[in-house]
Design a protein around this ligand. Structure first.
Ligand code: FES
Ligand code: FES
Length: 146
């Protein structure tokens, strides 16, 4: 249907024109993670200032779903408070499990990936960047409180 076509276009746009691609150089948290099923990898670097994800970039190689999802994730969390970024990660996880998710906040392009939940083999592709972001933010939290 039309929604599928629109969603496919959004995914391809993020794949071909990734947002926030690259590596941040200074004062950043860097996370490397791979998808064990295919070996594809992602590197995430972000900067946290005053409790916010003030900047974030990603690098890596992977399928269109994984790269589009990484692009969407960086777009969604950039400038957001840590709590909100983690909340978005929860929303995305619910979406991937086919559960009802909180759509009361602005999800930007993320909803284009909803359909992935019907393809279990692709869910790991779509969640890779989100898992990396979550791990990075939680690790950072720990090191700050030490
Ligand atoms: Fe093969 Fe994602 S792991 S399609
Ligand atoms: Fe490897 Fe999708 S096939 S991340």
């Amino acid at each position: 249907n039309n929604l599928d076509v629109l969603y496919r276009q959004v995914i391809m746009d993020h794949y071909k024109n990734p947002r926030n691609r690259g590596v941040l150089e200074e004062d950043t948290v860097t996370i490397n993670m791979n998808n064990p099923t295919c070996g594809d990898r992602i590197q995430l670097s972000f900067k946290v200032e005053e409790g916010k994800v003030s900047d974030v970039k990603f690098e890596g190689e992977g399928c269109s779903i994984s790269m589009a999802s990484a692009s969407m994730m960086t777009q969604a969390v950039k400038g957001k408070p840590i709590e909100e970024a983690l909340h978005m990660s929860q929303i995305f996880s619910d979406m991937m499990q086919g559960k009802e998710y909180d759509d009361s906040i602005e999800l930007e392009d993320i909803e284009a990936l909803q359909g992935v939940s019907k393809f279990p083999a692709r869910i790991k592709c779509a969640t890779l960047a989100w898992k990396a972001m979550e791990k990075g933010l939680r690790d950072k939290d720990q090191s700050d409180s030490n």
